[in-house]
Design a protein around this ligand. Sequence first.
Ligand SMILES: [Ca+2]
Ligand SMILES: [Ca+2]
Length: 268
Amino acid sequence: MKMQALSMAAALALVSAGASALHLGDLAVGLNNGRLATGVFLINGDNAIPLLSERVFICTLGKFPGFNDDPGMDSLENTFAASQAIGYSMRGSLRKWTGSGLTTAIDERLQTRFGTAATIRVSSTDDTPVVGTTRTASSVGVWHHHIGYTLLTPATGGVYVLEFELWAPGGSLATSKPYWFVFNQNSDDATVQSVVAYLKQNVVQETCAADINADGLVDDSDFTLFAYGYNELLCKPPGCPYDFNGDGAVDDSDFVVFAQQYNELLCP
Ligand SMILES: [Ca+2]
Ligand SMILES: [Ca+2]
């Protein structure tokens, strides 16, 4: 196996749909064996493929000071039953990057809002989970919603991290694996990327990151997708499923990881 530019045809034979209706910078949300899953959309011309293998996402605050509601979350049509309710939870307290790790010894908390004022939630200070509210899928099974994220005062500059999950009422869909938002409050891109790398290497510990299309195998379909990321080289927000070490580039160090997992084929 060697790196070369590959046709996207194989990848596009997977589920794909018109990209024009999607918010292209949003997280992809879908189902993986009946379980809610997060990821990103691979956009190729008019086609969009949800890659439900990414769990670290970047949000740059400042749409208003300390606030953003991008990236949102979006799905292809018919991903969900019409009117399927899906909610989110904050799985712990807000953390701040210290330069070498994450600390909860901060005064800031994160406020989330998912509709009316009644949907406002605030992250805990003792790592207690906070259950958010739900929104429903459209009549054609699209779940496209934006959570508003506000860093509460004193909202000092830096990079913050919060762990989330998606769930469905009554367990109608299995709860997602945890996913993480990296919130950039007036910090620089290099620091943000350091936090992404820290999370991917120390916190997420994905055992099968090379399974980019999240079908339980690391095979040629994933290689096609990896090659796409490799050819792009630089990652773009909100997430980069081809960047296994989280350093912001898809390069030979990621290919080493890919090759190891490709040789094992089956994900653990
Ligand atoms: Ca795969
Ligand atoms: Ca990388």
